[in-house]
Design a protein around this ligand. Sequence first.
Ligand SMILES: Nc1ncnc2c1ncn2[C@@H]1O[C@H](COP(=O)(O)OP(=O)(O)OP(=O)(O)O)[C@@H](O)[C@H]1O
Ligand SMILES: [Mg+2]
Length: 335
Amino acid sequence: MILTVTLNPAIDVTYYVDELVRQAGLRVTRVLERSGGKGVNVARVAAACAADVAATGLTGGRRGQQLRADVAEAGIHEEFCRIKGETRRTVNIVETERPGLPTELREPGPPISQAEWDHFRKRFKSLAAEADVVTMSGSLPPGVPADAYATLISVTRSVSAAKVIVDTGGEPLRLACAAGPDLVKPNEAELLGATAADGRTRLDRVLAGAAGLRDLGAAAVVVSLGSSGSVAVTPDGRWRASHTAIPGGNPVGAGDALVAGLALSAVGIRAAGSRADGSWAAGNWAAGNWAQALRQASGLAMASVLAASAGEVDPAAAKRFAEHVRIREIRGAKA
Ligand SMILES: Nc1ncnc2c1ncn2[C@@H]1O[C@H](COP(=O)(O)OP(=O)(O)OP(=O)(O)O)[C@@H](O)[C@H]1O
Ligand SMILES: [Mg+2]
């Protein structure tokens, strides 16, 4: 079972306008509302690939109720803890007449009390005991300590042999690394924000940053580079995945799809043990097969760019994309 953790989930609202003009009244041409947060997106993508997925985290109020119902409706085991505060919103403003990334308004999230955090850790412990892979994604709400992911990694280790994947930035990422996760997945900005990565070229800086996170304690690092693909720095070697850029798609949540793909390829261990079907079994990074795992995860990330909203993928499109991902081993001196 894949267990996804989203401590600060959100109801994502997307407004479409022709062009964003400040200090003016704008006509909204389309509104979308859906349950989100990075770990929820991971869960949706993994569930779309027919994996057994449970989602946990902290939700509250009317929006929390809506989020839990949406998660259950997507075929995911809904295991969220209730909190007193109201689940936050994020607002994305997409400008249809101006290509580029949307403008995002991110609410910080409701304050979490000590009792609520204590209760969550207990619930998490029993869920982690049943998991093959645990993913921990996104920002932390106010009141949750910066070492929250580090704590959850230690809790996981105390109850299971599950692989742990962490996708966050800043101090929570640095502290999580010190607790020894199996894999961290920063994007380039998160990587450079968390490490003093130096280097002449972009690839040199990425390799140096990833080596820095491994020095802190992460076993492996996959750095996502947007349309330029990704780089894996692992105990088994280093790889570069590259592919064509998809123009005009929606890259929000592509990193979450990449994490879902990496989680799926780790679950492949079990699938391979019972019945070696399922293409995910072949890509098992936990057995050192990084090239295949990156290929499959990149295919899912590309398919998510093509889909209208974060957390959505067409698994058939992902398989087609995966065939065209170029994987190259990076040899030579370690940065
Ligand atoms: N425009 C694009 N065209 C094709 N593939 C893309 C594009 N943008 C992203 N990808 C794929 O998605 C992966 C993750 O993207 P990215 O680095 O943007 O993640 P991220 O910043 O963590 O995103 P998020 O946090 O919104 O999920 C990349 O490694 C790449 O494989
Ligand atoms: Mg990300």
